[in-house]
Design a protein around this ligand. Structure first.
Ligand code: BDR
Ligand code: CA
Length: 313
């Protein structure tokens, strides 16, 4: 059984990932932490509570960061054209959900839960890395107590999706992402190299809605707006970025990884770019030296991952 804290900015593909974690038999979802990104922190936190209530999820929700680790960074607008003005595909989520939040801020919640379950917790982070960076900066020892960190973010051998260099989750808080990559905990990055090739068609989503009960029907409603965006701009269906990171937790054999130190560019025209120095490559002294070796996903059995997601939902 994998004990998972899900750090998320719901977010349409975040919603699918949350339902995957809730429904997968080998996952024990023990906490949900919100972060800004696809919408403001008020909206993503409200959405996390909304989904918790709608889907009967037991895990507590802790509210996280509403701004970047380096607070002097200029604000980036919310991607309302992708996730809708309410972050969940314009289904008009109610303002008040009527469920309490965990009293702790997300980074404190993460620290407490890792310390209470040494060696057992996997952090799955699919938004800005701000909460994780704050947690490991406040309590560096958690890096040795966590089982693993799996993040959706970054682009190594493919272009970004928010600039030619950067993927949205990393670009939204590069300083935080660089802290997360450099901490001595085992990070696996599930980035655009693999997620952009993992596309769920409308037909598959319709089948999930038909066979997956009321929860899956809500997911299909939420997803309509996001699919329309992707079909118009990129691919024929829904790119399931965040679910790929969750699938990695239970089925890492469906991914091929490359090991090496990862750094994130902070500033300049390639702000938010992720660059890995593959293990074994020799260079003159450089900024990657002395950093822990982390894994970047560079290939995926997309068909098998989509089947895993579909079967679980
Ligand atoms: C990431 O950005 C967000 O829009 C998605 O939820 C995903 O986590 C993809 O770049
Ligand atoms: Ca996300």
């Amino acid at each position: 059984m994998h004990k998972v804290i899900f750090d998320t900015d719901p977010g349409v593909d975040d919603a699918m990932a949350l339902l995957f974690l809730h429904r997968h038999a080998e996952i024990d979802l023990i906490g949900i932490t919100s972060v800004f990104g696809n919408a403001s922190i008020e909206t993503t936190t409200r959405n996390a509570l909304f989904l918790k209530k709608a889907w009967g999820i037991a895990a507590p929700v802790a509210k996280g960061s509403g701004e970047t680790f380096d607070t002097s960074r200029p604000h980036i607008d919310w991607p309302t054209g992708i996730h809708g003005h309410d972050g969940l595909g314009n289904i008009d989520v109610p303002d008040e959900i009527g469920l309490p939040l965990d009293p702790r801020p997300a980074h404190r919640f993460i620290i407490d839960i890792i310390r209470a379950n040494p060696g057992e917790v996997t952090l799955v982070a699919v938004g800005r890395m701000t909460n994780l960076a704050r947690a490991v900066s406040d309590d560096p020892e958690i890096a040795t107590l966590v089982k693993g960190v799996v993040i959706m973010g970054g682009a190594f051998d493919v272009p970004g999706n928010i600039t030619p260099a950067a993927e949205a989750n990393i670009h939204g808080d590069p300083e935080a992402a660089d802290i997360v990559m450099r901490a001595p905990w085992p990070v696996t990055v599930v980035g655009l190299d693999v997620t952009s090739r993992t596309v769920m068609t409308r037909a598959v989503l319709a089948e999930i809605a038909e066979r997956g009960g009321e929860a899956a029907r809500l997911l299909a409603d939420i997803s309509r707006f996001y699919i329309a965006f992707y079909e118009q701009h990129v691919v024929d269906g829904m790119v399931v970025h965040d679910s790929c990171a969750c699938a990695y937790v239970v089925a890492p054999e469906l991914f091929k990884t490359r090991s090496g130190a990862i750094r994130v560019l902070c500033g300049g025209i390639a702000d938010g770019q992720t660059i890995q120095k593959p293990d074994g490559r020799i260079f003159p002294p450089n900024a990657w030296d002395g950093q822990p070796s982390q894994k970047a996903c560079i290939d995926i059995d997309a068909e098998a991952v989509l089947k895993l997601i579909g079967d679980t939902l």
